[in-house]
Design a protein around this ligand. Sequence first.
Ligand code: GLU
Length: 262
Amino acid sequence: MYQRLVIKVGTNVLTRADGRLDITSISNLVDQIADLKQRGVELVLVSSGAVGAGKELLPGRANDEAVAQRQVYSAIGQVRLMELYRNLFAGHRLLCAQVLATKGDFRDDLHYDNMLNCFRALLQDEIVPVVNENDVVAVTELMFTDNDELAGLVARMVSADALVILSSVEGLYDGPPDRHESRLIPRVAAHDTGVDGVVQARRTSGGRGGMATKLRIARETATGGIPVLIGNGRRPNILSHLSTNDWPGTVVAATDNSAAAD
Ligand code: GLU
């Protein structure tokens, strides 16, 4: 069983098809995280969903994609999201904390050290850090490709034993996931570039990421010695599979230089 995990959850797990926050799905996720905490696992949650939550609060706006509109959505949506997390974690007698980061924070040594020290202190106090990109200041070149990239950086920063990436599909497929003949790829080696050509670059609707970025981030993270487990965040109790070695999605196996189990 992994002792320290980073779990990344995408917008499509946290919101419904109509864009509203999916309280049931978020609540199921928090229940599973609380269960892992109960077993003594240290855990950092990287959560998207701020922009989606903001759109729910300010529906019907024209010019949805304008930079300032996105900043407004994320600023109001992040509060809504954290309000929900705080209440749900409180139901398990757990505290959660908000950590917002930009790409620059991982380039600047002082910012990096400050963030790492804060993660250490939060984990020491058994608080669940909930990380998101600081979408208010992260515009254009300051932006992460998506929260998968942020999650990979956090996993390396805190020396996680594994990175779990939860989205609305089961894992990596050798073709379009909705096509009958496409097959789930259960395991990929960190250095195996053979699957690059078959994994679809197409993105799902809500979030910014896609399977091709997931694979790139997963491979980089696994090359750094941290295995990556990609799975469907809507599958009931998916996180219970972490202890049983029968992950129902795709495992990107860490390279041998790693001491981490996979
Ligand atoms: N930071 C964005 C949000 O909270 C999500 C970015 C992504 O989809 O990866 O809405």
